[in-house]
Design a protein. Structure first.
Length: 171
């Protein structure tokens, strides 16, 4: 639970270095975006990438839910749970989503350190996909409207031209 609190603080303050002392030397993980990290340096680069996507002033927060205590076997602990995440871009667009996580920790020099983490979210119905589908729908509707308008104008001109030809032939 202590590591979950540190993780939440790390995310809230956007300071990956807060988590560094709690990572094992052989730390690895898979992030919620399915990107793999294999060191503090790659974790830090991942956070920079996410912050870049959020933009200047964008924020990300997470609430870690732990349904039961970790299962401890010797000096290894296995934990899992869910998260409630909120990402807000610099433009003010808010994305709320939930995820699932698993962590493997090892007791090293009397302290629990994170050896492996894995996070995931629903790849089909998450808020990012919903926003993309909505945007694509608006784009498709706009294009269809423009194409329909152009087709209507062209057909109208063709009908008028044909009527003009027919009227001239009758005279």
């Amino acid at each position: 639970r202590k590591l979950a609190d540190i993780y939440e603080k790390t995310i809230k303050e956007a300071k990956p270095e807060l988590l560094k002392p709690h990572l094992s030397d052989d730390f690895t993980g898979v992030m919620v975006t399915a990107e793999e990290v294999d060191s503090f340096q790659s974790l830090d680069a991942y956070w920079e990438k996410i912050q870049g996507l959020l933009g200047d002033g964008g924020t990300y927060s997470v609430k870690v839910n732990i349904p039961q205590p970790a299962e401890i076997v010797g000096d290894i602990a296995f934990a899992h749970g869910t998260t409630e995440d909120v990402a807000i871009t610099s433009a003010g667009k808010e994305y709320r989503f939930s995820g699932r996580w698993t962590a493997v920790c090892r007791k090293e020099d009397g302290e629990w350190e994170i050896v492996r983490i894995h996070g995931s979210m629903d790849p089909i119905t998450n808020s990012f996909v919903a926003a993309a589908v909505k945007g694509a729908s608006y784009t498709a509707a706009g294009i269809a409207g423009v194409v329909g308008l152009i087709a209507g104008v062209v057909l109208t001109l063709m009908v008028r031209r044909r009527r003009g030809t027919t009227d001239a032939a009758q005279d």
